[in-house]
Ligand binder design. Structure first.
Ligand code: BLA
Length: 524
């Protein structure tokens, strides 16, 4: 797609967002060859930001664009550091229209130029401070240090999320900071939030994977932060569009001023957002979630150092999340081993019917969380939580026995086993154990949509506009799409849950052998 081609819902995932040919005009971009220092491409925003016409910048030196002092500072810095991208920003003074102003300069080598054998292209992004620079020890280092200490003390995922959103809000001053977490299919949920008191909560809201298409997620795995400081900006063209040497548009994967997808801009406008920023959260190099920030009261451009501090918190949080998730998993595994041991010992009590042994305290729902569970064994039926009536349970048990599958696992019953789904229309997920000796144990889960802890009315999300046909993308439609995606599906059963169920099955089989065989069919 050329930058001018219309992007719509159908070709959204193919939009090459890393080569937009444009930047956001809060700053100016200059690309220079590092062998001779000649500026090969620049953004038209040099006129507004630096007071020089882009046609006078391209073909000249960096010094001719921003002055000798600033150029020398930047080029000396680049010569000193191994990877300029990891040593940003460089602060310089530049004389613009006769008066000196302070700028932050953010540097990196264009990625596709580092590998093809020629000197890399240096991308120089120059951003004026939108507010007086106050990047003191107090305003960045202290909050980060305190945040790290807090992250360190947190003992649960929920606490970690909460620290992260509060601290990022404190550092960057956005009206709303959310922790947005992906499920295995990249559908997302807002799992933590810090916001201005007068705003509607978004906590608990769900969005479909298509709101952040795959190429955007891939980009966010490489570049961990992005800022749209003014949602109503007019993009500034990069001149010329193609790098004269590569013949390709400048790769802005690591650019801070990269112009963003027009379809995403429309989405944010429909949400009433004036400025947006997001920080990647990664697990084993894959995008795990985002810290997503909104500003509603106009434009918002936190200085680079505050963004970098927030990004640093994000990467620390990423590492901490992995550890916490492992800790949580280990303690859940310990807990379920304990429950399993209790259940097994109950089944060894010959005076207790098997059904009672598995539905006492603890019972099947303590082993594996679900909306309901039931057991049929030795001619008896017992249930826990929300289950269909006894006759339906018995019929379901019989069909499961007919299938002959030892451990039946599905979170999409209607698709995988329509013949079972018709018996239990209220359930979308099923985990069933078929035990030799004709016993069945079944866990049932509701459809995700039914069980969502819905944070208020979905209409809360459409802040800005009413939705006529002219609005293609809106948060409300977005929720409707999410509902389509998860229709008839439950929370998936985790590998650990299936494993512990499989163990329980062997123990129960052993127990039944010890008790002597009885027939499930006697229950009917
Ligand atoms: C990007 N979509 C994004 C981003 C977010 C969301 C956080 C990252 C960019 C940013 O920081 O603003 C989605 N933002 C959300 C969600 C919430 C939020 C879910 O605040 C919830 C509170 N988007 C669509 C559809 C398409 C689409 C249908 O809804 C395409 C068909 C595209 N989203 C899209 C694209 C990007 C994007 C292309 C990349 C923008 C870029 O970086 O250039």
């Amino acid at each position: 797609l050329a930058p001018d081609e219309i992007v719509d819902l159908d070709n959204c995932a193919r939009e090459p967002i890393h080569i937009p040919g444009r930047v956001q005009p809060r700053g100016a971009l200059l690309a220079l060859r590092t062998d001779d220092g000649v500026v090969t491409q620049a953004s038209e925003s040099t006129a507004e930001v630096l007071g020089v016409d882009v046609r006078d910048v391209v073909g000249g030196t960096l010094a001719s664009a921003i002055g000798t002092d600033a150029a020398t500072t930047i080029l000396d810095h680049v010569a000193r550091v191994e990877n300029p991208r990891l040593r940003n920003p460089v602060d310089v003074d530049i004389v613009v229209r006769g008066s000196s102003r302070r700028f932050e300069v953010v540097l990196h080598h264009a990625p596709d130029t580092e590998t093809d054998g020629r000197p890399p292209v240096l991308v120089v992004e120059v951003e004026p401070f939108s507010s007086p620079p106050e990047l003191t020890y107090r305003s960045t280092f202290e909050p980060v240090r305190d945040a790290l200490a807090e992250l360190d003390r947190a003992t649960s995922l929920a606490e970690l999320y909460d620290v992260a959103v509060r601290r990022v809000r404190e550092l960057t001053g956005f009206d709303r900071v959310m922790l947005y977490h992906f499920d295995a299919d990249y559908n997302g949920e807002v799992v933590a939030e810090a916001r201005r008191d007068d705003l509607n909560p978004f906590l608990g809201l769900h969005y479909p994977a298509s709101d952040i298409p795959p190429q955007a997620r891939a980009l966010y795995e490489k570049n961990w932060i992005r800022l749209i400081s003014d949602i109503d900006y007019v993009p500034s063209e990069i001149v010329p569009t193609d790098d004269p040497v590569t013949g390709r548009p400048l790769d802005l994967t690591y650019g801070n001023l990269r112009s963003v997808s027009p379809i995403h801009v429309e989405y944010l406008q429909n949400m009433g957002v004036g400025a947006s920023m997001s920080i990647s959260l990664l697990r084993d190099g894959r995008l795990w979630g985002l810290i997503a920030c909104h500003h509603y009261s106009g434009t918002h451009a936190p200085p680079y150092a505050a963004r970098a501090a927030a990004e640093f918190l994000g990467s620390t949080l990423s590492a901490r999340l992995v550890r916490q998730a492992e800790d949580d998993r280990a303690s859940a595994a310990r807990r379920s081993a304990g429950v399993l041991a209790d259940l097994v010992s109950a089944t060894r009590d010959d005076d207790l019917p098997l059904t009672a042994a598995l539905t006492g305290a603890p019972g099947l729902l303590d082993l594996i969380p679900a909306d309901g569970a039931f057991v049929i064994a030795e001619g008896r039926l017992a249930s826990l939580g929300t289950t269909p009536d006894d006759a339906t349970c018995t019929a379901l048990g019989r069909r499961i026995a007919d299938l002959g599958v030892e451990v039946l696992v599905t979170h999409h019953l209607k698709q995988d086993h329509p013949e079972l789904a018709e018996l239990v229309p209220g359930s979308a997920g099923l985990l069933a154990l078929l035990v030799p000796g004709d016993a069945v144990a079944v866990w049932l889960r509701e459809e995700v949509v039914q069980s969502v802890d819905w944070g208020g009315d979905p209409r809360n999300k459409a802040i800005a506009r009413s939705e006529g046909d002219s609005v293609r993308l809106s948060p409300r439609k977005s929720f409707a799409r999410w509902r389509e995606v998860v229709r008839d599906k439950s929370e998936p059963w985790t590998d650990d849950q299936v494993d512990v169920a499989t163990s329980l099955r062997s123990y129960v089989a052993e127990g039944l052998l010890m008790r002597g065989r009885r027939d499930i069919r006697a229950a009917s």
